[in-house]
Design a protein around this ligand. Sequence first.
Ligand SMILES: [Mg+2]
Ligand SMILES: [Zn+2]
Length: 263
Amino acid sequence: MEYQASVDSTPTTKPLTLPTTESTTERKPQVHVALDFDGTITVGDTGDDLFRTFGAFEPLHSQLLGGQMSVAEYYLRAVRSLTADATPQAVHSFALRRQVDPGFLALVELCERHRAHVSVVSDGFDVYITPILEQAGCGHLPVACNTLQHTDEQWHVAFPGASESCSCFCASCKRNALLATVHEHDLIVFVGDGRSDRCAVKHADVVFAKDNLAAWCTEQRIPHHPWRTLHDVARVLGTKFATQALRPRRQAQLARKAAYETE
Ligand SMILES: [Mg+2]
Ligand SMILES: [Zn+2]
């Protein structure tokens, strides 16, 4: 469903169902490595900077953090604040000037060498995520995110990954993006830094967390590996792949089971 920036409405939800295979019993468990985008793949938050550069970031962002509106509502207002300078070309060049984490490509290559499934789960927008991934040589990665389309001189925002059943702090639910592709005995590795990562982290077996997310994991007693650059993640994950040390986390497995049951 698509929302115009000029229209206030609530997102709808998609039902969450376990992915099916022809022969579940013979399928080898798959490792899924899910990466957050803003502040994880890129250095700094590209979404925040998009609105800082082309529209109004404050006081909207403080109101969002203060609980005065949902993330979807925040995005609708922030997108409405974009000025005429935010042409598709200008947003594209803005995206290409963003700095990507120095270990990004090495991490993706490592995962692919070990036949892990790599995906990007973001509460940001395709309009900058796609060109940045392409420029980094990772345009082939599947991405779950919100979308921005420019037609009739206006930006139109849509939330294809919205969830009402998850109590997450995001417009694109990362938990549902993961659970829609992960089979029962698969393993989820999650790498992130922020508030929108929390619902995914609760359902992930192995967690790499920095900044705000690391503090929250400590508070919630969720075991996690701290990281500064994605080289750190690649180093730890490389050892785990080599020594077959990737193990399911009981709390995550239970949370996943509960998520399917309550959806
Ligand atoms: Mg982030
Ligand atoms: Zn969620």
